[in-house]
Design a protein around this ligand. Structure first.
Ligand code: ZN
Length: 214
């Protein structure tokens, strides 16, 4: 034990404000007795992560590098390692899951436009990672919705693109003349559709073609 003390004495003493990776010493606490009966120093530290977690730890575990964060470092490492798992919480995962659900479930309230119409998700997109890679390579961002270019065909890389979220279009519809806006929403309700799809279908009918990708 004496040699340990000598070794420790060579290092400058710890002080309030010292930073060890993400942890900063906020305060020195009373010594606490270890299981071996020694009275060892404890400190209050604050983590530099968003949560700014404060916790009480042994000064020795801070100085040895055993404890380097409030726990956030470890969970970040875990998350990075199991990317697919972390993806479950992303919006893109939700887009993928609901696309598959619409095409499979026959009691979905829009079933007549998807599963009952024979709209399917292509084989390669049964795999989320493949879908995600396509999405990220084709300008996906939060707030965009997946759109089939030709409504008679299913979900596949060559028939899909990302469009501005329905709500954005909905918001824009507020600047339409009142009677037109009313008609648009009425029609969407009657056809169990959305203002976006009404506009899209109306435009396609007007142009006489299904637009192709441009
Ligand atoms: Zn932290």
């Amino acid at each position: 034990m004496a040699s340990e003390r000598k070794g420790a004495a060579k290092r400058p003493p710890a002080a309030v404000g010292d930073v060890y990776e993400r942890l900063t010493i906020i305060e020195f606490l009373d010594r606490r007795q270890s299981r071996r009966g020694e009275w060892i120093p404890w400190v209050l530290v604050e983590c530099s992560c968003e949560k700014r977690t404060r916790k009480e730890i042994r000064l020795s575990s801070l100085r040895s590098g055993n404890t380097r964060s409030c726990g956030c470092l470890a969970s970040e490492t875990t998350r990075a390692r199991t990317t697919t798992h972390g993806d479950h919480k992303t919006r893109l995962y939700g887009v993928w899951a609901s696309m598959k659900y619409r095409c499979k479930n026959t009691t979905h309230r829009h079933a007549h436009r998807y599963s009952l119409k024979g709209v399917t998700v292509c084989d390669e997109w049964q795999d989320f990672v493949t879908f995600r890679d396509w999405a990220l390579a084709s300008d996906y961002m939060d707030g965009k919705e997946i759109d089939r270019i030709d409504n008679n065909l299913g979900y596949s890389p060559d028939n899909c693109r990302w469009v501005t979220k329905l709500e954005n279009l909905d918001n824009r519809a507020k600047y339409l003349p009142a009677d037109l806006e009313e008609w648009l929403h009425d029609h969407a309700r009657r056809t169990d559709s959305s203002p976006y799809e009404v506009i899209k279908e109306a435009l396609e009918a007007y142009l006489g073609v299904s637009r192709t990708g441009t």
